[in-house]
Design a protein around this ligand. Structure first.
Ligand SMILES: Cc1ncc(COP(=O)(O)O)c(C=O)c1O
Length: 403
């Protein structure tokens, strides 16, 4: 397993077998490609240590359990939590649903308000709508200002009304705007409001520290962090201990009688059935990989790519870009009067992958008064020549479509 010690995007790229395809991949915000270190760790897990966890007493089963629980410790260290505060789930969406269905059902009742923002991904809106419907509660939305940032005055006002929960994204998957998480969490806590932070789009780009943030719940998906399809729910220990499980079955129990059952301790009471062992192991390897690159180096490389791409798009002269200049990870845009899907298809013909559509953020599309947009997104392996290829394809399209 090779770890890169010095950041050079061309070296980094060699760690990702995907790029042998020759594609320009500018859709890392949807899902990231995987380095060899992650793929190898998962293969090794199946070839060398494959047994079910928390069950067998034979040596191989113990090895598998140690790997899985070791991965939990690694994830905890990555965000400065303790391992008892890490629940493995399928993805960020499932993590939010778990909080809504468990903590939400116990703490949200008729007349209560759940505060979210207009810039949320559907996965941080719909679970709260479902909860609100069953509890008789309602949702309030913090708006976005004209410059594509969260309206902080409106957030302050809404928090003063003491909603039962504030759930917001750290980085918008459309605008790339970075919300001041620490400040917002402190404001919420001053009013006694617990906070769920959706870190899906921030965790691959910035170092997260749940202790420093003081956040109550934090969620993210491993597949956006160069890892496999597994998700993470972090919750403060006292919250997890008080919460009821949502799924029942094997491994989440202490005892099962014909009449009733008792629950395992947190975090295992939330992990019913055989867990995604190789996923957890692969996620831990992705975290080792990113730590070896170093988040300072990652941030400065990604800023260079971001600035270069913004300049390139500006130079085309017919591009509307959504969100602030100072941003992370993504550039959402429209190209002349072309539909976003056509922009994506034109780029695809040149081997450039960009996403188009509403990006699971229909309320934000409404706010921006657009039905859809195209989106380029970047990662540790994105190079300036990737951006050059995208710009070349757009330049050609500009001529062909007379924009
Ligand atoms: C901000 C944000 N939150 C949540 C999600 C949901 O992630 P997943 O589909 O992995 O659950 C995404 C995915 O794009 C996202 O961008």
């Amino acid at each position: 397993m090779r770890l890169v010690s010095r950041f050079n995007p061309l070296d980094v790229r060699k760690d990702f077998p995907f790029f042998e395809k020759g594609l320009v991949y500018l859709d890392t915000a949807a899902t990231a490609q995987k380095p060899k270190a992650v793929l190898e760790s998962m293969t090794e897990c199946y070839v060398e240590h494959n047994a079910n966890v928390h069950r067998g007493v034979y040596a191989l089963a113990q090895e598998a359990t140690d790997l899985y629980e070791g991965a939990r410790k690694r994830v905890a260290k990555f965000i400065n939590a303790s391992s008892g505060e890490i629940v493995f789930v399928r993805n960020a969406t499932e993590a939010i649903n778990l909080v809504a269905q468990s903590w939400g059902r116990a703490n949200i009742s008729k007349g209560d308000v759940i505060l979210v923002t207009v810039m949320e991904h559907h996965s941080n809106i719909v679970p709260w709508q479902m909860l609100a419907k069953s509890a008789g509660a309602s949702l309030e939305f913090v708006p976005v200002s004209k410059d594509g940032l969260l309206d902080m005055d409106a957030a302050r006002l809404s928090l003063r009304k003491k909603p039962k929960l504030f759930a917001f994204t750290h980085v918008s998957n459309v605008l790339g705007a970075v919300n001041p998480a620490k400040e917002l969490i402190a404001l919420a806590h001053r009013e006694g409001v617990p906070v769920l932070l959706d870190a899906s789009q921030s965790v691959p780009h910035v170092r997260l520290d749940v202790g420093e943030l003081g956040v109550d719940f934090l969620v993210f998906s491993g597949h956006k962090l160069y890892g496999p399809h597994i998700g993470v729910l972090y919750a403060k220990r006292s919250l997890l201990e008080a919460m009821e499980p949502v799924l029942g079955g094997g491994d989440m129990i202490k005892e099962v009688a014909l009449s009733h059952s008792t629950w395992n301790d947190a975090p295992w009471k939330f992990e019913a059935g055989t867990p995604n062992v190789s996923g957890a192991v692969g996620l831990a390897a992705a975290m080792d990989y990113l730590d070896a690159l170093g988040f300072d180096a990652i941030a400065s490389h990604e800023k260079d790519i971001m600035d270069y791409a913004l300049e390139g798009l500006d130079s085309l002269g017919c591009v509307a870009i959504y969100g602030p200049r100072d941003r992370v990870g993504v550039i959402s845009f429209n190209f002349g009067d072309m539909h976003a899907h056509d922009v994506s298809s034109v780029l695809d013909e040149s081997g450039v992958c960009v996403r188009s559509g509403h990006h699971c953020a229909q309320p934000l599309m409404g706010e921006l008064k657009i039905p859809a947009c195209a989106r380029m997104s970047f990662g540790v392996y994105t190079t300036r020549s990737d951006i050059d290829r995208a710009m070349e394809a757009l330049r050609k399209a500009k001529v062909v479509f007379g924009l």
